[in-house]
Design a protein around this ligand. Structure first.
Ligand code: C2E
Ligand code: MG
Ligand code: MG
Length: 571
């Protein structure tokens, strides 16, 4: 911290509070070489200056006897304030008894009037500031133990203090290690920590000559607030080269996102989330090591912020609409409607139709998906009941359960509560859990799935084969239905291997005695091939796209007439 302020040539600020102009001038003259000075003529003016959010004083020199508000009251008020308490106070007085009292009240030191030894006064001020800064450093958890840089919380608190006083152009850099988890997996956590430590050291080294501060934001992401530089590519390349000289993994790659902090209306947190967005954009791109935040990203961020801001209102106003895509049982003389999947749509009054592909990943990132999912489950439960009440048919609906929901301790209670509220059975609401959730934290997932199955819920493994699962998982996690990823179906008739893979999945499912749902079936040849392989249920544009509730109801009516009111069964 000290290094930054001195390296940047910025002076600490001292507030001199004295009602006599002559005293203010003498002290001001003594200290103005070393510090930036502000003056107050009484306690009230001092409090006003201290409470200015942009003021950042390192020391208060305080006279005790003043009109309007005296020095004792200033000490008392500062002491009662969480932020001001940290600023040391040196009391200026000629009365011995007042010295003792003020030190008892929390003043750090005293200077006796008249002020005839400037060097002594300056030395006292320096010592008191140093002491208080060391104390606050010890007090706060400002160092990240792994990297040796600041912690994220301290970094932002510090940046808020620095910003008003900066007059050089600064940039926000978010630095990330490509596929850091591989270093941990291949060489162990210790080596991972060593790499993080070395990056911390290399960044700290840069900051000895360039003005800036840095922190480790989370796992393998570093934030650097740095004086503008015209060759970040070279800077990142240098860190990367030094890393690769000593790391066990010889091909560590770094990438950085850059946002220029020229707009004082953008908060430090926002500046860095923009830098991070730029950094994320080049994830996995070959050759790119730096990227700047640009207009397109800006629009995206603003769009996402809008969606986050509008979500609650959208729920309240029913702008989120649950569509239903029918699933058909294909074995037998003709395909029969067997169930439907609830899929959310957002009909925004100004932005129009928004696809879940746009907002689901966003809400999964910030946890809002829990609110969305609860809403969808409730809508779906109400709809199942309505269909039953209106047509006497029970059409089970499957709902998507996000991986984020798995960590909700109330998940089982929420779902069971819905069944009770709408007088449904656990067969009426099937749960689709996407395959990637299975690799996120298998232990927790097994626990949750067992709990849900204990309550009678059926679990479909959604997007099976989309890239994360291992066959091993199928033996450890109990599931009731396998839902084959759309990509398989798309390629099934185009290449031999995909065809073989679908057959293989069918065999595995048969062995495990679970039915298979194929989704994304668009053409008749796909349907026929699947039927031949023994696939049970099909969902896709071939039969129908996801439909708004009214159109789904019409489809049910048609099916009822066709079947003469026969009840649908569960798959
Ligand atoms: P998913 O659960 O795998 O849903 C299937 C997706 O495939 C749906 O996309 C559906 O419209 C689409 N689809 C169905 N048949 C066909 C077809 O024949 N061809 C093609 N090209 N696409 C087909 P959608 O509705 O855009 O949803 C995308 C994803 O968003 C879903 O994938 C699901 O992961 C997520 N999602 C949708 N609604 C919800 C929800 O309420 N909660 C959660 N957590 N996720 C949801
Ligand atoms: Mg699904
Ligand atoms: Mg799916």
């Amino acid at each position: 911290m000290k290094q930054f302020i001195t390296a940047g040539g910025m002076k600490r600020r001292v507030l001199i509070v004295d009602d006599e102009i002559i005293n203010r001038e003498i002290l001001g003259a003594m200290l103005s070489q070393t510090y930036e000075i502000a003056f107050a003529a009484n306690g009230q003016e001092a409090m006003d200056a201290l409470n200015d959010p942009e003021a950042d004083f390192s020391l208060i020199l305080l006279d005790l006897l003043m009109p309007v508000m005296d020095g004792f009251e200033v000490i008392r008020r500062c002491h009662a304030d969480e932020t001001l308490r940290r600023i040391p106070i040196i009391v200026m007085t000629s009365e011995k008894s007042a010295e003792v009292q003020s030190i008892r009240m929390g003043a750090a030191d005293f200077i006796t009037k008249p002020y005839d030894m400037p060097e002594v006064i300056l030395a006292r001020c320096e010592r008191i500031i140093e002491l208080s800064e060391d104390k606050s450093i010890i007090r706060s958890t400002e160092r990240d133990r792994v990297s040796g840089l600041y912690t994220r919380g301290y970094f932002f608190a510090y940046m808020h203090r620095l910003l008003p006083r900066l007059n050089t152009p600064m940039d926000a850099l978010a630095l990330n290690i490509d596929r850091f988890h591989l270093i941990n997996e291949l060489f162990g956590r210790e080596e991972g920590d060593r790499v993080l430590r070395q990056i911390g050291d290399l960044i700290a080294q840069i900051l000895t000559t360039a003005k800036g501060i840095a922190c480790r934001s989370d796992s393998d992401t570093f934030f650097i607030f740095l004086e503008r530089n015209d060759d970040y590519d070279a800077m990142i390349a240098e860190i990367q080269n030094k890393l690769n000289e000593s790391a066990k993994a010889r091909n560590i790659r770094l990438r950085a996102g850059i946002y220029s902090c020229d707009d004082s209306g953008i908060s430090p947190e926002n500046s860095f989330s923009r830098a991070k967005a730029a950094c994320d954009r080049i994830r996995g791109q070959f050759g790119a090591s730096t990227a700047r935040y640009n207009n397109e990203l800006y629009k995206r961020t603003v769009f996402h912020e809008r969606l986050i801001g509008d979500l609650q209102e959208a729920i309240d106003r029913h702008e989120l609409i649950v569509y239903y895509q029918p699933k058909y049982r294909i074995q037998g003389d003709r395909p029969r409607l067997s169930s439907a999947e609830a899929l959310i749509r957002w009909i925004h009054p100004e932005l129009g139709f928004i696809s879940p592909g746009e907002f689901i990943p966003l809400f999964e990132k910030n946890g809002l998906i829990r609110t969305v999912d609860c809403y969808v489950w409730r809508e779906a439960a109400a709809q199942v009941k309505r269909w039953r009440d209106q047509y006497g048919v029970t059409l089970p609906v499957s709902v998507n359960v996000s991986r984020v929901d798995i960590f909700d301790p109330e998940l089982t209670n929420k779902l069971s509560g819905l069944l009770e509220e709408f007088s449904l059975s656990s067969d009426d609401l099937v749960l689709e859990i996407t395959e990637s959730a299975y690799s996120d934290g298998a232990d927790r997932l097994i626990e949750v799935v067992n709990d849900l199955r204990g309550k009678g819920f059926k679990i479909e493994m959604d997007d099976f084969g989309s890239g994360y699962s291992s066959l091993n998982m199928l033996t450890t996690i109990p599931i009731d239905v396998l839902k084959l990823d759309m990509q398989f179906i798309r390629n099934m008739l185009l290449d031999e291997t995909s065809h073989k893979l679908v057959e293989l999945v069918m065999d595995i499912a048969k062995y495990l005695e679970v039915p298979v749902v194929a989704e994304g079936v668009e053409e008749e040849p796909q349907l026929n091939a699947l039927k031949e392989m023994g696939c049970d249920i099909v969902q896709g544009y071939y039969f129908s796209p996801p439909l708004p509730p009214q159109r789904m109801t019409e489809l049910i009516e048609k099916e009822c007439n066709y079947k003469g009111g026969e009840n649908h069964d569960n798959h």
